[in-house]
Design a protein around this ligand. Structure first.
Ligand code: ATP
Ligand code: MG
Length: 490
């Protein structure tokens, strides 16, 4: 496999003495913490304290044209996801085999069928999406390839903005004022919150509220709270309540007209920052809470259809020849979308599945094996792929997974800065790779699209030797793109 290398945005090391360098890191950590760059300690959780988010000291370079391509394609991806989410036959046939063997997806699907049979009570849908992509250099030059598209609890709308600001501060401290213009503007948080507010306005009850469904303990608290603070800023009269699924189960009710009521307030919009992982459902009551919300007139972000449309199985089915055409009329748009897909293969018990298994066993280093899970840490690599596939080679358990070609982003050097108690910051630069997330918003009334935009980005970076990239999961660190003109040398 080709291994490409890019030069960092400024030469490393940058000629500071050890003392000066340590001072810069200390100062930048303080700047970060004092500007909303905090995270709750996972190992030592306290709701009274924050530790500094992990971040790269420098922005990572990313080709400008590919960044612009990713931004431009986002509304198309938004529309695609919307249409997929409304296509019952498609969702059903995509997930048919998966739900036979994957309990979590089956529970989601059963919930979907229940509300579908009862009749959907809210025509309005709200998607706050994040398309995750990596830059890849091959014989055709620079390309972007999609890792996945998230439709539920897409985080880092705030921390993505903050990362750019950390890097503005570092470049300013180092005297590279001329480089600041290479950091793109980012208004992700404002855009995401605007979409929630638009949905709330369409609900048309000024006494109604926004309900944020949260985990029992929110590690990524700054990112979540900044959404609340931004909502307060944009719409001071709007009341926002945070509840866990357990609390919703115990406190919320449906009225005769199926309005969701909690703390005597009617809920206009439900925004999930939880509910995407089996661990968020301790037992039956959390599933009942989810069902209660789905049954209600509240506008759900996402509704169960959007949640299902964001599964990795659907992503894999969309990459099959001829499938995009079912949703997108313009052939040029189909080509544009197809171009960002990488190899995705079903592992169903049939000839295609057998071929995929063989490919993976022959060259596991070229693939990622993925279950239907979100939140990081669930994918398998290298020998784990072999072990897993060998363990279910002739069983339909295979259908719970998909096989994906591994994307190989170019390597560059950067410094990974972390909270010192959690893990020692390395003062020597290391080889890293980056992943860019583009945020999209889509608000629809039935098939009628009321709002469909790209609103901003986030970037996370990890050491080259690490497979997973999640920041909350402890693998990746926050980063921001430094856009270079790919037609000229850096
Ligand atoms: N095809 C791929 N090629 C290279 N790396 C990949 C690929 N798929 C996933 N990864 C790496 O694994 C990480 C997690 O993968 P993915 O996003 O599919 O899982 P997830 O559990 O849904 O994560 P998230 O919490 O980001 O939604 C990615 O951030 C990326 O670093
Ligand atoms: Mg995901």
């Amino acid at each position: 496999m080709m291994m490409n290398r890019l030069n960092p945005c400024i030469s490393i090391p940058f000629g500071l003495s050890t003392d000066e360098f340590q001072d810069l890191i200390k100062k930048t950590k303080d700047w970060t913490l004092m500007h909303g760059g905090g995270i709750r300690s996972k190992n030592n959780f306290s709701s009274d304290s924050l530790t500094v988010v992990p971040f790269t000291l420098l922005p990572s370079v990313f080709p400008k044209n590919e960044f612009l391509k990713a931004v431009k394609i986002q509304p198309l991806l938004n529309e695609l996801m919307h249409k997929v989410s409304r296509d019952h036959e498609f969702l059903k046939s995509c997930l048919k085999k998966t739900i036979e063997v994957d309990e979590f997806t089956r529970k989601l699907f059963t919930l979907y069928e229940t509300v579908r049979e009862e009749g959907i009570t809210q025509r309005m849908s709200l998607g706050l999406l994040r398309s995750d992509i990596m830059h890849q250099m091959d014989e055709n030059g620079n390309n972007i390839k999609q890792v996945e598209l998230n439709t539920i609890a897409c985080g880092f709308g705030w921390l993505g903005i903050l990362s750019g600001n950390i890097h503005r501060f570092v470049l300013q401290q180092l005297g590279f004022l001329d480089k600041l213009k290479m950091l793109p503007e980012n208004n992700a948080l404002q855009g995401l919150c605007l979409a929630i507010i638009k949905a709330w306005e369409l609900f048309n009850d000024k006494n109604s509220i926004v309900l944020i469904v949260v985990e029992d303990q929110s590690v990524n608290i700054c990112d979540q709270r900044f959404h609340e603070f931004e909502l307060a800023l944009q719409k001071p009269e709007l009341c926002v309540i945070r509840k866990t699924l357990t609390q919703v189960a115990n406190e919320a009710k449906l009225t005769h007209s199926k309005d969701l009521v909690i703390q005597s307030k009617r809920v206009a919009v439900v925004y999930y920052r939880s509910g995407y992982s089996p661990e968020h459902y301790h037992g039956e009551i959390e599933w009942l809470a989810r069902l209660l919300i789905e049954r209600s007139t509240a506008i759900k972000c996402p509704d169960i259809q959007y949640h299902l449309a964001g599964t990795k199985k659907v992503q894999q089915e969309l990459a099959k020849t001829g499938v995009l055409e079912r949703f997108i009329n313009d052939p040029n748009e189909v080509v544009e979308i197809r171009h960002i897909f990488t190899g995705l293969f079903s592992l169903d018990l049939d000839q295609n599945g057998d071929n995929a298994v063989k490919m993976a066993l022959d060259n596991p280093e070229n693939f990622v094996l993925k279950p239907q899970r979100e939140g990081g840490g669930n994918n398998l690599y290298n020998d784990e792929i072999k072990e897993k596939l060998m363990s279910c080679i002739n069983s339909k358990e295979r259908s719970a997974w998909i096989l994906m070609e591994k994307i190989c982003p170019p390597v560059q050097q950067n410094y990974l800065i972390r909270h010192e108690v959690e893990s020692k910051t390395n003062l020597t630069p290391c080889d890293v790779v980056s992943e860019l997330g583009i945020f999209g918003i889509i608000l629809c009334d039935g098939d009628n699209i009321l709002l469909n935009e790209q609103v901003g980005h986030m970037m996370r970076t990890k050491s080259k030797s690490c497979n997973e990239g999640g920041v909350n999961a402890g693998y990746g660190v926050l980063d921001s793109p430094f856009l270079y003109d790919d037609s000229s040398d850096l």
